[in-house]
Ligand binder design. Structure first.
Ligand SMILES: Nc1nc2c(ncn2[C@@H]2O[C@H](COP(=O)(O)OP(=O)(O)OP(=O)(O)O)[C@@H](O)[C@H]2O)c(=O)[nH]1
Ligand SMILES: [Mg+2]
Length: 472
């Protein structure tokens, strides 16, 4: 990994701190409203659970204009934690907030994490814990739950396990969980959870990689870290954190760019690691640390109509690309589903008196109906599990061996993802959290069952291209 050319200010901080045993890193971008709580919880966790270690907390901010860094600097100091928790740590917690440099002109969550890795390596920490700055449900114990498996259990990578609302984490549920499980054989339920622990050894391994891309500098970082830990043979576990409550996002309006960055990274890594995953069949559980918790995540609203209508619009503008991306049978099925989606979304919008495209109430009055009402209105829309697995596998093959650039294929795939998410939300509306979880598991099994389909088409395409993975 080329160095991100740490700024003089960061180099000065490293020189001032010298070394540390445990570090909490918090990437941020416009999180003034929530980061104060995250900093207080992380400080309390370090002081309470690791009083004999040398702790440091680092906020890597994007230069947020909303005063995020000021909030970090002005949050109650570690002395406050010592007072309210009645602990006397051996070493005083050091706290830093800095603006991280871009990586090759690209700034994003990944660029922030790279600075955190470089600092952690320079300080020679044994464990780095990273937590998102928009968390509301973080408590001090999370720091122990994320660092404990490294310091006590010899693990190198700790992925979070949390209960999320059934409509939250759609990229995880539809792609990163089932695909990581089917490809690499590890059932890591939250491979892009955002809160995790990394050992000193794995940080050095990350810094040795030369697979950093523009997507990795952004939201591709989480799947990059998880996959790099797996392909490097590091010891991976999960940890039970309870509920993840954070700034919610509607998948149809907020998640397009994130999908492209995450899936672009996943596809690039699948292409580069074919020799590792082609021979893997089935999957196994990944050990989980921490006492079980039952927590009800905060509710989330999703505009199903807009998801379906974006799927349909995609079929009108992107059918050429879809045709090149998908096998003929799958292409026909997807086009038919997109037509259904368009028709049903339009009928439902008329019935409910809203505009399907924008998702707004018509004539400027009345809010949007609830997710349940919207979903009831398009309840007949289907998108079968096996078709979803096949179209994703087709994307994997054409992204690696096809004539079109990967970025273009991934961008064109977004409306198909919207269609699939729309179907899941419709289906989940009547399900409890546990039932929705079983649903995600069933879909993941479908990806495993269809892995021979992927391997067959991958090897055929590789033979034609004369590339990696041919005739193994
Ligand atoms: N430093 C930095 N941090 C960022 C940037 N973009 C996002 N982040 C941080 O990355 C973390 C995760 O971002 P979110 O937008 O909450 O995304 P998420 O929770 O992973 O995504 P969902 O689960 O899909 O909602 C937060 O702490 C953000 O502040 C960025 O450009 N720079
Ligand atoms: Mg978030």
């Amino acid at each position: 990994m080329p160095s991100s050319a740490l700024t003089p200010a960061i180099a000065d901080e490293i020189a001032r701190l010298g070394s540390a045993d445990i570090m909490v890193g918090i990437p941020s971008f416009r999180n003034a409203a929530t980061i104060g709580h995250v900093v207080r919880a992380a400080q309390a966790g370090l002081v309470q659970y690791f009083p004999d270690l040398r702790p440091v907390l680092v906020n890597a901010d994007a230069g947020s204009p909303d005063g995020t860094q000021r909030i970090v600097v002005e949050t109650e100091p570690p002395g406050y934690v010592e007072q309210i928790l009645l602990v006397r740590p051996t070493n005083r917690l050091q706290r830093v907030s800095l603006t991280y440099p871009e990586v090759d002109g690209v700034g994003g969550k990944g660029a922030a994490l790279r600075t955190l890795f470089e600092m952690a390596a320079a300080l020679q920490v044994e464990a780095l814990v990273v937590v998102d700055s928009d968390l509301r449900s973080i408590v001090p114990e999370w720091i122990e739950l994320l660092a404990g498996p490294i310091l006590k259990g010899g693990y190198d990578y700790v992925a979070p396990l949390y209960s999320r609302h059934k409509y939250d984490g759609t990229i995880t549920n539809t792609v990163t969980y089932p695909v990581t499980r089917a490809l690499y054989g590890h059932r890591i339920r939250q491979p892009i959870g955002g809160d995790f622990g990394v050992s000193g050894d794995l940080i050095r391994h990350y810094l040795d990689q030369d697979t950093w891309t523009t997507d990795v500098s952004r939201f591709g970082i989480d799947i990059w870290m998880t996959t790099t830990a797996l392909t490097g043979g590091f010891a991976v576990c999960q940890t039970r954190l309870g509920a993840k409550i954070h700034d919610p996002k509607d998948p149809g309006s907020d998640l397009g760019p994130m999908f492209r960055e995450v899936v672009g990274t996943l596809l690039t890594m699948a292409r580069d690691n074919a020799d590792r995953w082609l021979s893997i069949t089935g999957s196994h559980e990944v050990p989980a640390y921490g006492f079980e918790r039952f927590a009800e995540p905060a509710p989330l609203e999703v505009n199903t109509l807009r998801l379906l209508s974006q799927f349909h619009t995609g079929s009108l503008t992107l059918s050429d690309t879809w045709q090149k991306m998908l096998l003929p049978d799958n292409y026909e099925c997807v086009m038919e589903l997109a037509r259904d989606a368009g028709r049903m979304a339009e009928d439902a919008a008329n019935k409910l008196g809203i505009d399907a495209e924008s998702g707004q109430g018509s004539a400027g009055h009345g809010g949007l109906p609830s997710t349940d009402d919207l979903s009831d209105a398009v309840a007949d829309f289907h998108f079968p599990d096996d078709l979803w697995a096949r179209v994703f596998y087709d994307l994997m093959v054409t992204a690696s061996f096809g004539e079109l650039p990967m970025e273009r294929l991934v961008a064109a795939f977004v409306p198909i993802y919207f269609g699939r998410v729309g179907r899941l939300v419709v289906e989940d509306r009547r399900l409890s959290s546990e039932q929705a979880e079983d649903r995600v598991d069933r879909q993941a099994r479908e990806f495993e069952l269809l892995k021979p389909y992927l391997v067959e088409h991958w090897q055929a395409a590789a033979r034609v291209a004369g590339g990696v993975g041919a005739a193994k």
